[in-house]
Design a protein around this ligand. Structure first.
Ligand code: TXA
Ligand code: MG
Length: 321
């Protein structure tokens, strides 16, 4: 069972776990977050594993200050103004990523944009001490409501994680508001802890509501990552010229003729495979092969999410959601 430590005594233990690539449940002003070092793929994979998320939805990266945010993403003037007005606080900004920012691609599900926010209280101090951003979705099992007390986190996830930091009931109790600047416009992607009117008052423009044509709705984000190459699943054989995305120790027939080869995990470890998924797909895509053959991947544990993601990558492009 997870240890529960009050904020006043949890800092060193939380830092040690995060440094070691583990997850920690932390209080924020909105809801409890299940946090991992956003630059550590194994840690980020553990978030999905603990939550039992059937899909790799993109996560919010939490920062200690605007300087850290600017090392991760490129701010337009309006986003900067909103950050200065509402941070620390329950506002999340979706921004283009800066290349080479060190954020593991599993955090953003391979998107070119990233969701950023600066939390109040313990979370902010923890990030400043760690010196790196924390990826953190709400600390609840997939399909359950967000936890707003340490007891609720422990009851739900206690068997799967090592530490819950107890900061009492979260003051906001509702996830952050998510907005994104689109040219001259500002779009509300998720209503949350900051009221739309308060954002409009600072921005000087009305918020657009609803998803932009075909994108942004969380369930549709997966299709943002579509490799240029076709993707062929459950490949038992490799045709000459195909690239091969391998898994485990046994190779598909004809692997010697593959145009490029990447193995998600030589030892068949699904957590390792999850952390490699987006980077390997991208590398094979860049090899120039017109098809990426993918070896069978088991469906247990994180395998379900990996298969879901690959299934989306393989879907006919006009039908991909
Ligand atoms: O208050 C909160 O925001 C909490 C606390 C822990 O900070 N976190 C939270 O995270 O609610 P999560 O993972 O449950 O929700 C993240 C939301 C999802 O709806 C996701 O689709 C959206 O952020 N999101 C993340 N990255 C995005 C991106 N690049 N573009 C559009 N939406 C994005
Ligand atoms: Mg959530």
């Amino acid at each position: 069972m997870a240890e529960i430590l009050a904020v006043g005594e949890a800092m060193e233990r939380a830092l040690a776990l995060l440094e070691g690539g583990d997850v920690v449940a932390i209080p924020t002003e909105t809801v409890y977050g299940l946090a991992a070092d956003a630059t550590n793929g194994i840690g980020v994979a553990r978030i999905f594993e603990a939550k039992g998320r059937p899909r790799f939805n993109p996560l919010i990266a939490h920062v200690a200050d605007i300087a850290m945010a600017e090392r991760i993403a490129v701010f337009d003037p309006l986003s900067k103004r909103l950050a200065e007005a509402f941070w620390p606080g329950p506002l999340t900004l979706v921004l283009p990523q800066r290349s080479g920012n060190g954020i593991h691609p599993l955090v953003t599900a391979g998107l070119e944009t990233i969701a950023l926010r600066m939390p109040r209280g313990f979370g902010g101090e923890l990030i400043a001490r760690l010196g790196r951003p924390l990826a953190a979705p709400s600390a609840n099992s997939s399909g359950r409501i967000s936890a707003t007390t340490a007891e609720a986190v422990a009851a739900d996830l206690g068997a799967k994680i090592r530490l819950v930091v107890d900061g009492g009931a979260t003051p906001v109790g509702l996830e952050s508001t998510i907005v994104k600047v689109e040219g001259e416009d500002l779009r509300l992607l998720r209503p949350g802890g900051v009221a739309a009117e308060d954002i409009e008052a600072v921005a000087g423009v009305k918020l657009l509501r609803g998803a932009a044509a075909g994108i942004e709705a969380p369930g549709m984000l997966a299709s943002h990552y579509a490799p240029g190459a076709a993707v062929r699943l459950n490949a038992g054989q490799v045709a000459g010229g195909e690239a091969l995305l391998a898994f485990g120790g046994r190779r598909a027939e004809g692997w010697q003729g593959a145009a490029a080869l990447r193995n998600l995990s030589e030892s068949g470890d699904l957590r390792e495979a999850a952390t490699n998924l987006f980077a390997h797909l991208q590398a094979l895509d860049q090899s120039g092969a017109t098809t990426i053959a993918v070896e069978p991947i088991p469906f247990d544990g994180l395998g379900e999410a990996i298969n879901d993601r690959l299934f989306r990558a393989a879907a006919p492009r006009d039908k991909a959601d």
